[in-house]
Design a protein around this ligand. Sequence first.
Ligand SMILES: [Zn+2]
Length: 136
Amino acid sequence: MPLYEFRCQNCKNRVSIRQSYAEYGVAPVTCPICGSQKLSRLIGRVRIAKGEDRRMEDMSDPSFFGDVDESDPKSLARAMKKMGQEMGEDLPPEFDEITGRLESGEDPESIEQSMPDLGGGMDGGGMGGMGGMDDF
Ligand SMILES: [Zn+2]
């Protein structure tokens, strides 16, 4: 099962929680540090447990996302859509809206600000978290 990253709204820690695709977005998640259930998903920062799902392993290849320009919303949208296709079902409901707005050229920062539910998942250099997926 893949690891999903969440931001705890209570203790502000970023936590990784292992869920199945079926559980993701459905099952309640609890902060392992403080026990709060006020966790926000960090979109675009899914960590893949190596070897557990070969389909997802491709995404740890730096070349998977190709020539993503993190300063170009349209390029980001393409990368996110490609990732979404790899993930198949169970995309967060915000996914289509985010990619759609990126494609229309909207600044990721302003999208995040308009969607507080994201909990700052796109901060810290935009989608830069993707580059960290190979640092197992
Ligand atoms: Zn917490």
